[in-house]
Structures are given as structure tokens and as C-alpha cells.
Design a protein around this ligand. Sequence first.
Ligand code: 13P
Ligand code: SF4
Length: 378
Amino acid sequence: MASIIPLLTEFEKGHISERQPLPERYLGLSDAEMDARIAAARAQLAGRLVILGHHYQRDEVIKFADYTGDSFRLARQIATRPEADYIVFCGVHFMAESADVLAAPHQQVILPDLTAGCSMSDMAAPDQLESCWEELTQMGIPGVVPVTYINSAASIKAFVGERGGSVCTSSNAAATFRWAFARGERVLFLPDQHLGRNTAYTMGIPLADMVVWDPDEIFGGLDPDQVLRARMILWKGLCSVHERFTVPQIDAVRRQHPGIRVIVHPEVAWDVVQAADASGSTEYILKTVRNSPPGSVWAVGTEVHLVNRLANELAPERTVMSLDRFGCLCSTMFRISPNHLLWILEELVDGRVHNRVRVPDAQKHWTRVALDRMLSTS
Ligand code: 13P
Ligand code: SF4
């Protein structure tokens, strides 16, 4: 697997210097050899190692995970394995950062390729959030409780935690908003406007009570009266993968497969959730489709590795297809290759740690506070 990176995001530019690239000798290995060597290294490390795998990981990686899950479930797993010295996170950077904050002090968290970021997480920078907070004060907006999606940098989580806010995931966003509304009049939610809008709407908050804060505009591009009337202030961020799902795609699959059910991740746009039959986190999608009656036909609006794996698992009793006929790939999740996993594990066997993710001590306390609020809200 070549470690050439054609286009660098802001996140990648920030991490490229610390990233230890895959050595040449790990390129061009056969699948069978990689499987055998990963299994051998894993067996040698035994209880000293735990491998966590997000549902968007490739088959050839996730099959080695000790635990799989959505962001919430994986964050919860950290506390269950305090004896493991190494936590190898097959996912993206914000997940590994959260693991580092939740892990015991002796545990080292490793992201096999440090450039596995998240384009949505990059859409909220700490200086933008500081300006937003300052501008909301200048505009005289009272009672703002900040909530950040787990898909954000540790520095953003720390800022939110210090100001009385919380982290949430797609599986506990509604519970977290209820928690926040018990503490203030309005929620500033970042970075994903769609998860914020979809969740608040489901809770009965009308679209008219939501505004979108554009971090590239002075005062978010809003006037104080608009913000004063709002209960939800939604950061102008999104997921470039889930943005691809559209209502015309839903109309098309319904025409082609009468009786089909459509299930989507809440990172898709509001009109897409409205046109779908169900919406929820990756764990929710898996559970709902697995528990559907034999003969069910599903179109799934989320990352293609999850969809293909589910389709293979449930065939022929149930039919599962991607809502986007070209499939939607999260290219940063894809960076965690079996080659990287093999290299990381063989180096750990020899006592060498590469691509460790470390949240600076100065951010750890408030990030932990915000994450603990998340873990206790469900
Ligand atoms: P889940 O927490 O639902 O797994 O979502 C994570 C994610 O990044 C979705 O794009
Ligand atoms: Fe980030 Fe979207 Fe990939 Fe999820 S699917 S990790 S939100 S870029």
C-alpha cells in the first residue's frame, strides 16, 4: 500500500511532520502473508494489546479488531481494558484522541496512519470557536450551552468542557441536547450542522428556531435578533461523505425497488432524513437492519464498507444496498490499511511504538470533563 498523499487537508498538514510513514518493506505483501503475520503479532502481544475498529474500516482490518462499534461504543470500551498497554485504534484521529484522554496513564494509543483525519472535524478550528464565543458575548446572547460532536479536535472538546458544555455522539445527541437545555436557553452545536438540525427537529424544535453560524463571517453572518430568537446555533460544518446522499437517490431506489426501506446516518441533510424511513448512528443502522424480517430490502445511506459488509452478512435472507449507487467512501478511514496494522503490531512486539496519539496535558482535564459528560448521557 503506497503511502503517497496526493492532496493534503489542513489536518494532514498539521500532522505530516509527526507521522511515521510505512516502511517500504511493508509494501507489496500478499493478503495471506499479512493475515498470518498480523495474527502472529497479535497473539504475541496478547493481553497487552487491544485493537478497536470503527464500522467504516475495511474488512481486512476490522477482522482483527477485539471490539467494533460506533464512536460511542468504542469510547466506552476504553475503560474495560485497563490492563492493555497498547490501544491500537483503527479509526480516525478524533477517535484516537478521545481514547488517549479516556485511557489510563500507562496506556499508549496508536493510530496506524496519523493522517487518518476527518474532514468534518477540520471544519472547526479552536481560534474560530474562540471568536464565535467572544462574538456571541458581544452580541449579548445569554444562556448558550456549547455541545461538540465527538468528530472534533481535543482542543475544541476542552474549550466546550471548560464552558460547561459536553461532547455527544450520533447515538446520544438528543439526550445531550436535553441535558444542555436543562442548563441554558440555547445550544451552540458544532461542527456538523446536519446532525444538530436533524436531532433538534426530531426533538420538536422547529427549523425556524435554528440559525447557521458561518465561522468565516463576522458574527457568523447573523444579526443579534436572529440569534436571540434561536434555540439552536448550528456551526456551518458537514461530512463530505454523507453530503453525497440526496432525496432524488431515495426517489430512485423507491421506484426501482417498491417496498424498499431507506435508513441513513444523521450526518445527511435534513431533507434526506425526512425522505428516509429511519435514521441513526452506525450501530443503530446495523442493529435495525439485522433485526428486520427476512425478505426485507434496504438502501443504506452511510459509508460503503459498512454497507457492503452488512450486505454480505445478511444475504440471501435480506437485501442491502448503498443508497448511492457509486458507494460513499470515507477516504481517511481507508488510510488504515492492513499493511499499516501489520507494521504497527510487529514494531510493538519489538518494543517500538509508532504513530502514537497524545493529547497535550494542558487540554486533557477539560477534554475529559466533556467526554465524561458524554459517557454519562445516554
Ligand atoms: P458513528 O458514531 O455513528 O459511528 O459515526 C461516526 C462517524 O464518523 C460517522 O461519519
Ligand atoms: Fe469524518 Fe465523514 Fe469520515 Fe465520518 S465519514 S470520519 S464524519 S469524513
